[in-house]
Design a binder for this molecule. Structure first.
Ligand SMILES: [Zn+2]
Length: 463
């Protein structure tokens, strides 16, 4: 049954349309108002121009993990109406009225969420790989490639992503997001961070002769006022998140601590965080080591990205302040060998430090969200490989799955509509063969993808 809320909304929309056309006679307004006020259950003639209630379609799942607690259940039916989930019930009893998609060989899950991606980047292991993209590819060409990456993400079951900076491609992420929202190209729901910020002289491209103007992978920002100005500028051009680089130049100290050079001063970071929060936006901090993490936590950012080393006191502060940890393990493993060969052997030791940090964070009760940094590694590699590392580093498969659904939805502030499978939420649903709670690598084999009630091609064909 169509809810009275939907009906009121449809009636109001009809009124607005009629008023815009200048044909809103009192009789027409009364007719619509009466329809809106009609008692539930009474047979009605839809108001002129009202969208008819979408018919139900059904998914028959072999098993379900809904993200609301509890184990995978027996065969279930998910009813989808329009872009939302209308009901979830055990299979059996009366046959559903409407078309049924047979996923009885698969386990259904909420759509996966990757909270750290770069659709505008094609994988960079060395500085030369990175420079090449900024120097020899136009932003327009990189945006075309980004549309392919967005489609890949969706086909792997990532129905939402938080894209954390364009790496020199300006505000192209806002356009990719818009094209997806307008149905021009397939892709996940996106929150975007646009240009990101770092201090002068800290972020590539670097090392060119002083007289040669080269593009930068970030917006260079200095001073508290400069930070506020950059936040205002990026938000005005469509940034959902503000991203800052809190540190650089990593080295492993003899006591096993990962040391860094902090970029922004605490005063600068505080100004950026304050300006973002004042405008109801959140801040993500790239912070990989001792001082960067400490300053970012102290300034009150909302998420710590990478966090290869985090001191115990900072983990405690993260718990107290509700700051999320997005560990991006897979990319570190992926780039370590190449970067070591290119003359930075500390990346090998950083893998072990990262594992110990992850285990300490888990024990301390820090909120850990799934994020991969895909784009930092090649988009032809399925970023769901991150799940296996989270489990290898101490999570249960269910904790890892929660990190990519329930927790990631909280991080993105969309828990009211995404992150679980239940009536009323958006129908973002994926399905995998086997039991991902027994073998988390099953999540690398998504065979069914639905976003907002619409089915998209999965990377692997349905059985
Ligand atoms: Zn990144």
């Amino acid at each position: 049954m169509e809810s009275s809320n939907t009906r009121s909304a449809a009636g109001a929309a009809t009124l607005k349309r009629a008023a815009r056309r200048g044909r809103a006679s009192i009789a027409a307004i009364l007719a619509v108002a009466l329809t809106v006020m009609a008692a539930p259950g009474r047979a009605e003639t839809p108001a002129p121009g009202a969208t008819p209630a979408p018919a139900s379609s059904w998914l028959r799942c072999g098993a379900l993990w809904d993200g609301r607690g509890g184990r995978t259940q027996g065969p279930v039916l998910i009813e989808v109406r329009g872009e939302r989930i209308a009901s979830v019930r055990a299979a059996g009893g009366a046959a559903p009225a409407g078309p049924v998609t047979d996923l009885s060989a698969l386990t259904c899950l909420p759509g996966l969420i990757d909270t750290h991606t770069h659709v505008l980047l094609q994988g960079d292991i060395t500085a030369a790989d990175y420079d090449e993209q900024l120097l020899k590819q136009s932003p327009e060409y990189r945006t075309i490639l980004a549309t392919v990456n967005a489609r890949r993400a969706l086909s792997w079951g990532f129905t939402s992503i938080r894209d954390l900076e364009t790496e020199g491609a300006g505000y192209a992420d806002v356009d990719v997001k818009r094209a997806i929202e307008n149905g021009v190209i397939p892709g996940p729901r996106m929150q975007v961070a646009t240009r990101s910020m770092d201090v002068t002289g800290a972020y590539p491209l670097l090392g060119y002769a002083p007289g040669i103007a080269v593009p930068k992978g970030v917006q260079e920002v200095d001073g508290a006022d400069g930070g506020r100005r950059a936040v205002r500028e990026q938000l005005s051009h469509g940034a959902d998140w503000i991203k800052v680089y809190a540190d650089r130049n990593y080295r492993v100290l003899p006591n096993g601590v990962l040391d860094d050079i902090p970029t922004f001063t605490l005063e600068e970071l505080r100004a950026i965080v304050d300006e973002s929060h004042r405008q109801r936006h959140k801040v993500a901090a790239h912070a990989m080591a001792l001082y960067g993490v400490h300053n970012a936590v102290e300034a009150g950012v909302d998420t710590i990205e990478h966090g290869d080393y985090i001191a115990d006191d900072d983990l405690k502060a993260m718990v107290a302040k509700g700051i999320y940890y997005v560990p991006t393990i897979f990319v570190g493993e992926y780039v370590a060998e190449g970067r070591a060969k290119a003359g930075a052997p500390q990346w090998l030791a950083m893998r072990d430090i990262h594992e110990q940090t992850f285990r300490r964070a888990l024990k301390a009760g820090v909120k850990i969200a799934f994020g991969t940094d895909v784009g930092g590694f090649d988009w032809r590699i399925n970023p769901a490989g991150e799940f296996a590392f989270m489990v290898r580093y101490g999570m249960t498969p269910e904790q890892a799955l929660k990190a990519a659904t329930v927790v990631a939805a909280e991080l993105m502030g969309v828990s009211d509509r995404l992150g679980t499978i239940e009536a009323g939420k958006l129908a973002d649903i994926v399905a995998v063969p086997g039991d991902p709670l027994a073998d988390v690598t099953r999540l690398e084999h998504v065979r069914f993808v639905m976003k907002g009630g619409v089915t998209y091609p999965a990377a692997e064909p349905a059985p």
